[in-house]
Design a protein around this ligand. Structure first.
Ligand SMILES: Nc1ncnc2c1ncn2[C@@H]1O[C@H](COP(=O)(O)OP(=O)(O)OP(=O)(O)O)[C@@H](O)[C@H]1O
Length: 222
């Protein structure tokens, strides 16, 4: 069974066409990378998959349920798209606890364990407004995975992270892969995500196509 399937999906904003009939099929447990230049629609793709944007035409099917027909939002999906909103005067842990309270399926100890896993100290009293960019990114990754979600969408998980943090987050993603999660990652370049992904697609000319050697030549040779 596919966890994620897009069938002939079109998306446009007023006169701006983003996708012209894209197709995608991701099996459970696979890690798939989506690359492409700025503004080509990687985040919009994630929003379509998570129900935050509706397709103008075509179907988005998550675990056999059609978004907009069977369900509004997929169940058990962890999402990092852009910067999540936090309550800036609370600590990272307090923010995670507030989010966890919505679904009430994660214990305090697990939240703390996930914070440690992404490289944050749960006992740190610093308010989120005083967090560095990298700390905020790690907190965002934590909220996307801490409820043991089966599908995880991470939009540019490595942006803003230093080298050692990139290595730490790659190791978190490897752990998620071992747990059988279905994972989607985006990035501007293929190098960061290539080692983690079973398949890579590129947004090319309003389409989503497998990233081939020809496209590597077209996009990344300088
Ligand atoms: N709500 C909206 N209304 C109109 N245009 C939008 C809206 N949201 C996104 N866009 C446009 O859709 C295009 C794709 O945006 P998106 O954020 O998906 O790009 P991206 O590939 O993720 O870029 P980046 O690599 O810079 O993060 C952009 O041109 C953006 O301006």
């Amino acid at each position: 069974m596919s966890d994620i399937e897009l069938i002939d999906v079109y998306k446009k904003f007023k006169n701006k066409e983003i996708f012209k009939g894209i197709n995608l099929k991701i099996e459970q447990g696979k890690t798939v990378g989506i690359i492409g230049y700025n503004g080509t629609g990687k985040s919009i793709l994630f929003k379509l998959i998570s129900g935050l944007e509706k397709a103008n035409k075509g179907k988005v099917i998550i675990k056999n349920k059609i978004i907009g027909t069977d369900i509004d939002f997929p169940e058990s999906m962890g999402i990092l798209i852009n910067e999540p909103s936090y309550i800036s005067v609370y600590s990272g842990l307090k923010n995670m606890q507030l989010l966890a309270n919505i679904n009430q399926n994660v214990e305090l100890k697990e939240i703390k364990d996930y914070m440690v896993m992404v490289g944050l100290n749960p006992d740190e009293k610093t308010r989120v407004k005083n967090y560095s960019l990298g700390m905020k990114k790690k907190l965002a990754i934590c909220q996307a995975i801490m409820e043991n979600q089966s599908i995880i969408l991470l939009d540019e998980p490595f942006n803003g992270l230093d080298h050692s943090s990139v290595i730490a987050i790659k190791s978190v993603i490897t752990k998620l892969q071992k747990k059988g999660k279905t994972i989607l990652l985006t990035g501007h370049t293929q190098s960061d995500i290539e080692e983690l992904c079973n398949d890579i697609y590129i947004v090319d000319n309003k389409n989503l196509v497998p990233f081939t050697e020809d496209l590597r030549e077209k996009y990344y040779s300088s």
